[in-house]
Design a protein around this ligand. Structure first.
Ligand code: ATP
Ligand code: MG
Length: 668
């Protein structure tokens, strides 16, 4: 406690009512949560199993758990829940599945699965193959706003809305038939459950004596309602957030939830923190000056005692290739000359596509890096195949999974057979898997086709039975061997090297399952839970990997939230990139400014911006303008660098500097 400042201590000690810690970046909000958990357990005698902390990513959750474990020694942290909103929702659905009408081992549909299902429904019911994405995001928005299919149908006015609402109805019905839930359901279902069954809510309220939420500014409507319900009238909770770091409005996040708290909980105590423990004063000043351009409900001023620090560099480059090359050589120098660890350096950018060139250059210079995002481990074909097998093992009703694997590897089961199977299952109102085992199917299929289906059904059933009796990971390993999956991969790969890599992913997946089971201290995780957890992790953690080795970190600005690095590079500081073109067109650059603010405040000691004078876009080379956000930074803290052989960019940069001068003159 003595290492915390008085305001932080106040926030940690205040447990008698609802508390909001509202403070800028790096002021120790997350630290307050961690310390508070330790305080609740050690000083207030609240058992860890009654405490729930919610973080934004699984990685943050893992780190927090680890830190709490260090603060509370001797196993007192056992049973503590630190998870994301979605994991918390999953837990609730798992424990209440009976009342909700789900069978155990229900499947979780990720974006891709949901997309495939919607495509299917659209095709079948409307003969339409376009506009799938729009419908998918509309359904997601409805779910996040707690709008049921019935309400959506009632509200729909235009024919397009009516179609979306009717697809929503079918989509939900099909999910239920598959014994599956989607990503948004993980929050929606618990909220609806609690609303309709006060007794269940009461049980959960009793189980959660204290709740803490990090990154509160990025919660959406349904997440907020979930918190509100779980804390109940007792309202024992601490939420921490920073409205200036709200960067997920596009995903339904509502920074207004901060103000809403005061209305919903009139006794809310608010603590503001102002000392930043992360960055030099110069970096902070830049962040403060930039964000001052946004309108503010809450005024915050951050200060730091970490010295004024080096100037912030702005590096002009000829084109995007020169930009990537410059950053790579710069990093190499830092590492060789200044003995800096790779992991102390982060490269941030607005969009995933920006990572390609920089990756190439890092590889070229043999700089180890870790890319967050990009092609996710879980979206690789072999991983999706295996996951589908696992899903089918724990949930027979998952028709989607069955269709994915029935011919992987090939079992000579053709589309006509599958169609007949589908029709039969539909008539009988059973899943495809169950239909395979029914006697009646014989009337619809020739014996040799029936035999193929039944062979598959028996084989999988055998594995399921073994999983229940023996050590399941070993059984799954046998299953992969029995499938001769390696051979299948080899037949479908252009080289042995790629095949070996893909097989490596298969074994890695099995290891991941194993660790998921072993890591759970409560001993409650069985193979079914482990699989649902893995599916969930896939969706949330696409950009997070287990190993924390010494590598340069590459990620989008969005993914950098909550993290910190001694040296930070922000690429592509150009108009139309940051701020993004779509937000300029929509005249909504404020969220982009917050995104820049998040990026800047990740830096502890050094910050470098880069931008290119020219860039290839859609096969064309276009001239770029430096970002308006560069103009908004304090001029005296910036040090411009760049080559003289780029007259265009210089002219532009000077032009913009002159503009900035005029603006700041007008301001003063
Ligand atoms: P963000 O808004 O980016 O999520 P935050 O407010 O959650 O930031 P933390 O990540 O908790 O801030 O803290 C930033 C850094 O400051 C961390 O390295 C943390 O260990 C350190 N820190 C926090 N409080 C103190 C303190 N009282 N004394 C020294 N260091 C501190
Ligand atoms: Mg934080």
């Amino acid at each position: 406690m003595s290492t915390l400042n008085p305001r932080q201590q106040e926030a940690v000690r205040y447990i008698s009512g609802p508390l909001l810690v509202l403070a800028g970046a790096g002021s120790g909000k997350t630290s307050v949560i961690t310390r508070k958990i330790a305080y609740l357990v050690r000083e207030c005698g609240i058992k860890a199993q009654y405490i729930v902390a919610v973080t934004f990513t699984n990685k943050a959750a893992r780190e927090m758990k680890e830190r709490v474990g260090q603060l509370i020694k001797g196993g007192d942290a056992r049973g503590l829940t630190v998870s994301t909103f979605h994991n918390l929702g999953l837990n609730i659905i798992r424990k209440e599945h009976k009342r909700l009408g789900y069978k155990p081992g229900f499947s979780i549909f990720d974006q891709q699965d949901a997309n495939a299902l919607i495509t299917d429904l659209m095709h079948r019911d409307y003969g339409a193959d376009d506009g799938i994405e729009g419908i998918q995001s509309q359904i997601s928005a409805w779910k996040n706003d707690l709008v049921t299919p019935e309400q959506a149908l009632a509200q729909a006015k235009s024919p397009a809305e009516q179609t979306a609402a009717s697809v929503y109805t079918h989509y939900n019905r099909t999910l239920k038939a598959y014994n599956a839930v989607d990503f948004d359901d993980l929050i929606l279902i618990p909220v609806v459950l609690f609303r309709e069954h006060p007794d269940v809510l009461e049980k959960w309220q009793f189980r959660i004596r204290y709740m803490l939420v990090d990154e509160y500014q990025d919660t959406n409507a349904s997440q907020y309602l979930l918190v509100k319900m779980l804390v109940g009238n007792q309202a024992r909770f601490t939420v921490v957030g920073d409205d200036d770091q709200s960067i997920y409005a596009w995903r339904g996040a509502r920074p207004e939830n901060l103000a809403q708290l005061k209305e919903d909980f009139p006794s809310l105590k608010v603590v503001m923190l102002e000392q930043n423990y992360r960055s030099t004063s110069r970096i902070l000043r830049a962040a403060n000056t930039l964000i001052a351009n946004n309108p503010h409900v809450f005024e915050k001023q951050l200060w730091s005692e970490l010295g004024y620090g080096d100037p912030i560099r702005v590096v002009r480059c000829r084109n995007e290739e020169a930009e990537a090359e410059r950053v790579a050589t710069d990093i190499q120098t830092l590492h060789l000359k200044h003995k800096l660890a790779w992991r102390d350096i982060a490269i941030l950018y607005r969009g995933n596509h920006q990572s390609r060139l920089i990756e190439l250059k890092l590889q070229h210079h043999q700089i180890p890096y870790h890319l967050s995002g990009g092609t996710s481990f879980f979206s690789r074909q072999e991983v999706k195949d295996l996951m589908a097998y696992f899903r089918l093992l724990v949930n027979q009703d998952d028709d989607n999974a069955l269709l994915r694997v029935i011919n992987v590897p090939r079992r000579e089961i053709g589309p006509a057979t599958l169609e007949k199977l589908g029709n039969y299952a539909n008539d009988r109102q059973v899943s495809l898997f169950q239909a395979c085992a029914e006697m009646g199917l014989a009337e619809h299929l020739e014996p040799r086709y029936l035999e193929r289906l039944q062979r598959f059904q028996r084989w999988l059933d055998g594995i399921r039975t073994r999983c229940a009796k023996e050590e399941p990971i070993g059984v799954l390993r046998d299953m992969v061997l029995d499938l001769d999956y390696e051979n299948w991969i080899r037949q479908n790969c252009s080289s042995d090297e790629i095949a070996a890599k893909r097989m490596g992913n298969v074994w890695f997946l099995l290891d991941a399952l194993k660790t998921t089971i072993e890591r759970d201290e409560t001993g409650e995780t069985d193979i079914e839970d482990a699989i649902s957890k893995l599916v969930l992790r896939d969706m949330l953690e696409r950009h997070e990997e287990e190993e924390d080795t010494d590598r340069v970190q590459l990620m989008t600005l969005h993914a950098s939230k909550g993290l910190e690095y001694p040296h930070v590079y922000i690429l592509g500081m150009e108009e139309e990139i940051l701020p993004h073109r779509s937000s300029i067109e929509a005249d909504s650059v404020e969220e982009e400014r917050r995104l820049a603010y998040v990026g800047i405040t990740r830096a502890k000691r050094n910050l470098t911006f880069t931008f290119a004078a020219r860039r290839r876009q859609f096969g064309e080379v276009i001239d770029c303008l430096p970002s308006r956000f560069l103009d908004e930074l304090p001029k005296e803290d910036l040090e411009w660098e760049g080559t003289d052989d780029a007259p265009v960019e210089q002219k532009q940069a000077r032009g913009r500097n002159a503009l900035a001068d005029i603006r700041s003159m007008l301001k003063s």
